[in-house]
Design a protein around this ligand. Structure first.
Ligand SMILES: NC(=O)c1ccc[n+]([C@@H]2O[C@H](COP(=O)([O-])OP(=O)(O)OC[C@H]3O[C@@H](n4cnc5c(N)ncnc54)[C@H](OP(=O)(O)O)[C@@H]3O)[C@@H](O)[C@H]2O)c1
Length: 337
């Protein structure tokens, strides 16, 4: 497969969405434990935006390229058909429908490690599966492995209308929790439609005033101070900090996560954070929720590969709801030879 051409979005320097350009390049070659995916849909997420801008600088020091991105084609979330497999791949064969996390998903073909791919649930469209992995596995781990959610508990999801949040709301409901979702005015209907029991508009209400207390807070947006978050937790409740935009140019909002981890051993509440593990085992757990109908990816805006820069700009402007998808091949379209 390597050597044949494909259309791909290229990013030769860190910067805004204007740095993205559609070009024709060689298809990538697969290594022994890698899979070449014929991309049908690719998801847009905050992680990809950080890798595009190189901000905060921590991203650059984390090995993604000090002065320019090491990976010239952006894009992580992917869904498509297996086009070729490396010699060591045992779980996939050409033709399989897959979803997961790739390297360079904003292209007609992308390579993924075998352990970062799972079989696509047949109930899901490529567009839905293309926005599933990155945010879905983060939400699942936040609630279960890290948050230790139990049925009957009350959960506050701050940032319920976004990529991670729309999965967190649906998964928490499926796990038997009473769910309160926090979002901005324009997206409250979305949060209601995906099953939240209660919705809060962060532009109008102080949902952390302590009037209502939660067994678990999943903190995805807004970067509230630790002190305020603790006020809305039960005396032995758990805070899971997933992320939050803004903060300094060097480390972003990471100081809040560090303070939570340092504070936790000194209080009865559990204050924690995590970095999502990108492994097929958690993708397969997530896929079960999709198969059962408990989780339906909240696909928001759709863009073509040519319009990837506009998709990234919309994400940065906060103009997206749920997950934005880049539709690389229309459903049912045969791959190029
Ligand atoms: N720990 C990990 O492994 C991991 C994995 C994935 C993502 N993340 C991080 O998690 C964060 C969210 O990612 P995402 O993909 O869900 O982003 P997103 O799609 O942009 O969603 C952001 C959410 O935050 C809400 N929000 C914005 N300002 C707020 C405020 N002042 N108060 C309360 N909520 C506010 C937004 O609500 P409206 O749009 O309704 O205003 C939206 O629901 C990012 O920082 C990302 O880097 C971490």
């Amino acid at each position: 497969m390597a050597g044949k051409g494909m259309r791909a979005v290229l990013q030769r320097s860190y910067g805004s969405a204007d740095t993205l350009q559609l070009r024709t390049v060689d298809r990538p070659a697969v290594g022994a434990n890698e899979v070449l995916v014929e991309v049908h849909a690719a998801g847009v997420d905050r992680g990809t935006w950080h890798l595009m801008t190189g901000m905060p600088y921590l991203v650059r020091f984390a090995g993604f390229g000090l002065t320019k991105p090491k990976q010239a084609i952006p894009g992580l979330d992917v869904a498509g058909r297996v086009a070729a497999v490396g010699t060591g791949v045992t779980r996939f064969a050409p033709g399989d429908e897959v979803f997961g996390i790739a390297t360079g998903a904003f292209a007609e073909y992308a390579v993924a490690s075998e352990h970062k791919l799972a079989h696509k649930p047949s109930i899901a469209t490529f567009e839905q599966a293309g926005v599933l992995a990155v945010s879905g596995i983060t939400a699942l781990q936040a609630l279960t492995d890290v948050g230790k959610l139990r049925a009957g508990q009350s959960v506050l999801i701050i940032g319920a209308s976004g990529g991670v949040g729309t999965y967190a709301v649906q998964l928490a409901k499926a796990l038997g929790a009473e769910v309160t979702g926090v979002a901005g005015t324009a997206k409250l209907d979305l949060v209601r439609s995906i099953g939240a029991d209660h919705i809060v508009d962060y532009t109008r209400e102080d949902y952390l005033d302590g009037d209502r207390r939660y067994d678990l807070i999943v903190d995805i947006g807004g970067r509230n101070a630790l002190r305020r978050l603790r006020r809305a937790l039960t005396p032995t409740g758990t805070l899971v900090i997933v992320g939050g935009e803004g903060g300094g140019r060097v480390a972003g909002g990471v100081g809040r996560q560090l303070r939570a981890v340092l504070r936790s051993p000194t209080v009865k509440q559990r204050l924690t954070t995590f970095i999502s593990k990108e492994h097929h085992a958690v993708m397969e757990r997530l896929a079960e929720f999709v198969k059962s109908g408990d989780v339906v990816p909240a696909v928001g805006q759709r863009f073509s590969l040519e319009d990837t820069a506009a998709a990234m700009a919309a994400l940065q402007a906060g103009a997206t709801s749920g997950k934005t998808v880049i539709v690389v091949r229309g459903s049912g379209t045969r791959a190029d030879a």
